[in-house]
Design a protein around this ligand. Structure first.
Ligand code: GN1
Ligand code: MG
Length: 362
């Protein structure tokens, strides 16, 4: 690993390089270096999963453009661009990534004094995350979307995800389809849900925006001292998308007190207090940037993206765990079940969820 690290323009002597974080796709390492005066400086090294991100160079172009754009806004607002946005550490020959033995690596500055959470820490904390993700969308409102490469085409194209799922069921590469008939049927019964948001987009009722597309709780760094949301991370899937996607993905991941792979499904349900906190924070963070119809469709965003995530986990389970990193044989199945449980719970709380959104829609 040291050979790779040395290709980057990092300061000091390398002390350690350890696995870091809980991402399912890329490999992430925390690198600690020591300066001559004994002080430490830390970096994040990531191996980009090029089976999934097929064009790492375009991905890094997107990444750099968005970082530069955000830095300018943060600077103009009197903030600290090196704490409130990510910073790419270039290679010694000034590239944004290196390719070694067919693998692609990038380096980022580690932002000191921050923490991130896998599971919700309560309504106030979740409200702060919502404001940060809403504000993130607001900051990118005039970003020239046409300059962005779609790093994963059809990423939140839920009808396409549904088609891929049907194919996975039919091919049954893992031979496990007979074990998950209930889950398969649950999804098949909800085909119309998978079409709902795209239909509204195609009808011109909701606009396409530049969105983050992976707005889970753990993709926000919080200030260790104040617990305020500081920096939105994981910029790999910034692409044109819907406000409802970003809203929905956060609800899926954070409007509950359970992990994504909780086995005890009685612990997996939507906490309306958390949902409300997020609705309030997200709408405030977007600063009048959402039209009435977008706000109205926020609960739908939650349901569609949660169902989509269940579809994606189950498709991967049927394929034999090729996409997501897994720690044990049924990991993707446990993940599927939490998502489908959340969808069912949203259905039973549908009127309440819509009433909450209505309360904040003026
Ligand atoms: C993946 O790698 P990570 O943890 O940032 C996935 C997201 C899913 C998420 C589920 C490129 O994100 O779409 O929502 O897992 N990213 C990709 O936790 O597929
Ligand atoms: Mg991600």
């Amino acid at each position: 690993m040291n050979e790779i690290l040395k290709l980057f323009n990092i300061k000091g002597n390398i002390l350690s390089c350890e696995a870091h974080g809980g991402g399912y796709i890329n490999d992430t390492y925390l690198v600690t270096c020591e300066n001559e005066d004994g002080s430490h400086i830390r970096y994040i090294l990531q191996r980009i999963n090029h089976n999934i991100f097929k064009d790492p160079f375009s991905l890094m172009e997107n990444f750099a453009m968005v970082c530069d754009y955000l830095k300018e806004i943060v600077r103009n607002n009197g903030g600290d661009p090196f704490r409130e946005t990510l910073t790419i550490v270039p290679t010694k020959d000034n590239q944004k990534l290196v390719c070694v033995d067919g693998n692609y690596y990038r380096m980022l500055l580690f932002i000191e004094g921050t923490v991130c959470h896998e599971v919700s820490q309560g309504a106030n904390d979740f409200y702060k995350c919502a404001k940060a993700f809403g504000n993130f969308q607001h900051m990118l409102k005039d970003f020239p979307a046409e300059k962005l490469t779609e790093t994963i085409p059809n990423f939140h194209n839920t009808p396409k995800r549904f088609e891929t799922f049907l194919k996975a069921v039919e091919e049954n590469k893992s031979g496990r389809a007979h074990l998950v008939q209930d889950e398969i049927n649950f999804i098949l019964e909800r085909k119309s849900v998978t079409d709902s948001l795209i239909d509204l987009l195609n009808a011109g009722e909701i606009p396409l925006k530049v969105t983050h597309n992976d707005t889970k709780l753990s993709n926000i760094l919080m200030d260790e001292k104040t617990d305020d949301s500081l920096c939105v991370i994981d910029l790999d899937t910034i692409m044109p998308g819907l406000a409802a996607y970003d809203f929905g993905d956060s609800i899926r991941a954070g409007a509950c007190y359970s992990t994504e792979d909780e086995k005890d499904l009685s612990k997996v349900y939507v906490v309306l207090e958390l949902f409300e906190a997020y609705v309030k924070g997200f709408i405030e963070g977007c600063k009048d940037g959402l039209i009435k119809k977008e706000i109205e469709t926020l609960p739908l965003g939650a349901k569609v993206i949660t169902l989509e995530q269940g579809i994606r986990f189950l498709s991967d389970y049927l394929d034999g765990d090729l996409y997501y990193k897994t720690q044990y044989a049924d990991h993707n199945l446990d993940r599927t079940r939490t998502q489908l449980k959340l969808v069912a719970d949203m259905e039973s709380k549908w009127d309440e969820m819509n009433a909450i959104v209505k309360k904040y829609s003026n």
